[in-house]
Design a protein around this ligand. Sequence first.
Ligand code: 5GP
Ligand code: MG
Length: 182
Amino acid sequence: MMNEDVSKVLIDEEVIVRRVGTVAEKILLDFTGEEILVVGILKGALVFMADLCRRLPVPLQIETLNVASYHGGTQSSGVVEFLDGKSLDVAGRQVLLIDDILDTGRTLRAVKDSLLEMGARKVKTAVLLSKVKERAEEVNADYVGFEIGDEFVVGYGLDYQGRYRNLPYVGVLKEEVYETKG
Ligand code: 5GP
Ligand code: MG
């Protein structure tokens, strides 16, 4: 059943499930040999990361990073803040960096650069969604679930003011939700 705050389902559950399987197959072709270090950007990547990892039947470890670029609204602030220090042990590792969505590209660019600075041997990036638009940063994800238009979406990990992450699909909220809760 559709959430009453959602005006439109953009990508439904079954389509996501199938696509996650396909993305996992591509990843498995690129990561061979030693263990993968999967790094998910909190909190948006949680749902995608959980589903994707279960389609990667190889040795891997999971880490998370707390980064903020949005502050509750629907526009990117342009500043990427590392919230709990950069203390991941990534030296010499092959890393799969996961985020929910590629918008301006600032988050993925900043996090990928710091992982490389911390000594990661290789960093590949996976996003569930990529907005088709001009990027503020020169960055593209290596694995993209779906390309979408430049509109604000929620569900499957993506939130609006902390809510709607648990929707099993990706959708768009009704205008009045932003007017009354925004
Ligand atoms: P970027 O740094 O690429 O501008 O933004 C990436 C982050 O902004 C994502 O991890 C996500 O948290 C947030 N974001 C960007 N676009 C959307 C959107 O359409 N919906 C939601 N819920 N978050 C978004
Ligand atoms: Mg986010």
